[in-house]
Design a protein. Structure first.
Length: 416
């Protein structure tokens, strides 16, 4: 790795969070965190580039000062309405007659063929994930290397972003004085931070409730299989409070975080909270606050259930993890459990690459780590030599010597 750091920038609609990892001798030795209020982003789409440039510049400048690292390259994320998913299939012959052993070169070639067939002019592929391979009459093979076949087929799951959105994001980062090193889908990055080995088998779902979008990512046996993005989030709770209590949006947000208990709590009828309005304080019944938030939370949970049931049967789910600051509200997880009828767990930071370092930092104590899960996931991805869910694509070797070496390896594997 040429640079002695990794900088991951998580751009959301309500906040921008960043993490800088210092690297020595190939190991992560220290992490630095910071976040600022987001501006210029709505439902994952950049709506005001000037405001976003100011926010990103402020955050990264502060991290430079805090870490002492001269940040130039960053890893960042994309999500929201401009995320597209699709499957692309391709098949290649392996031998004119008989069979041959399947090598990594064959895997790369068929993946590249599927990538080309699935590419569009107005979109850019962010992740390509082989769902399964087929050799002759055998299907649903995860790793065909070393097997014999006459032909090889792949079902490639493509996560794409609209080209215009990616170009806008790249321009914002460049105008801030930095360059994008790599780009990740938010849900894929977050999964790297919260999924441990115990969550690699079976059917596992990750639900990330943001301020105005909610991502539901479906994993089967550790492989990302499907994505659903809903245009709802924690802001729905805030807006309902704003309308019901007739108070400004920022006051409603403060009340939600401080008194936002969800569920049937025995709150005394006369218990009140004081909210500043203009030059005086307005008393508001705390029970009314709970009722408004509970009603809105149930609608969000019902929407999540409907989205999940479109993708997988609820009874097949082995683990359902939820992240996002809304998930930390008192009673939200219990409400989602009652709606889904299955256990729901709060996603925890489990990746050993960063876990030991974050345990030393008080900034992540309590549930404040939820703010940085996606940026930490990007750090985990950036430190991996090979992305476990991203198989390499075929690129023709220009060097003649390397061609001969690769061919020798294939012949050796085939006959020995």
């Amino acid at each position: 790795m040429k640079n002695n750091y990794i900088c991951a920038l998580d751009i959301g609609s309500s906040k921008i969070a960043a993490c800088v990892a210092e690297i020595r001798k190939g190991n992560l030795v220290k992490l630095f965190f910071d976040n600022v209020a987001s501006s210029g982003v709505k439902e994952g789409i950049i709506v005001d580039s000037i405001d976003l440039i100011k926010a990103a510049s402020k955050l990264l400048k502060g991290l430079k000062a805090k870490s002492g690292i001269n940040i130039k390259f960053i890893y960042t994320n994309i999500s929201g309405r401009d995320i597209l998913t699709k499957h692309s299939r391709a098949i290649i012959p392996l031998a004119e007659r008989g069979n041959k052993v399947i090598t990594m070169s064959d895997i790369m070639r068929v993946n590249e063929q599927a990538r080309i067939l699935g590419s569009g002019l107005e979109e850019e592929i962010i992740h390509l994930i082989p769902s399964s391979y087929t050799i002759d009459s055998k299907s649903n093979i995860q790793d065909p290397i070393g097997l014999y076949s006459h032909k090889l087929e792949v079902d490639l799951f493509l996560i794409c972003g609209k080209l215009s959105s990616i170009q806008s994001l790249s321009r914002v980062i460049n105008q801030s004085g930095y360059e994008i090193k790599d780009l990740f889908f938010s849900g894929f990055a977050t999964s790297q931070a919260v999924f441990n080995r115990e969550l690699q088998g079976g059917l596992n779902l990750l639900c990330d409730i943001g301020s105005d979008i909610t991502e539901v990512s479906v994993f089967r046996d550790g492989v990302l299989k499907d994505i659903e993005i809903l245009n709802l989030g924690g802001d729905n709770l805030t807006e309902q409070l704003c309308q019901a209590l007739k108070i400004p949006l920022d006051f409603a947000e403060d009340i939600k975080r401080s008194y936002g208990a969800i569920g049937e709590y025995q709150i005394p009828e006369d218990k009140e909270i004081l909210v500043r309005k203009s030059d005086f304080y307005k008393p508001i019944k705390q029970k009314l606050v709970s009722q408004v938030i509970t009603s809105s939370a149930k609608l969000i949970c019902s929407s999540i259930k409907e989205a999940v049931e479109k993708r997988v049967p609820l009874y097949e789910i082995n683990n359902f993890l939820i992240v996002g600051r809304t998930a930390a509200l008192e009673g939200f997880i219990e409400t989602l459990e009652n709606t889904l009828g299955i256990p729901v767990k709060l996603g925890r930071l489990t990746n050993p690459r960063v876990l030991s370092l974050t345990n030393q930092d008080n900034i992540l104590s309590g549930e404040r780590y939820l703010t940085y899960l996606t940026s930490l996931g990007m750090v985990c991805l950036a430190t991996q030599n090979k992305l476990s869910l991203n198989m390499p694509v075929y690129q023709p070797t220009k060097n003649l010597v390397l061609k001969l070496v690769n061919r020798f390896k294939e012949v050796y594997q085939e006959y020995f």
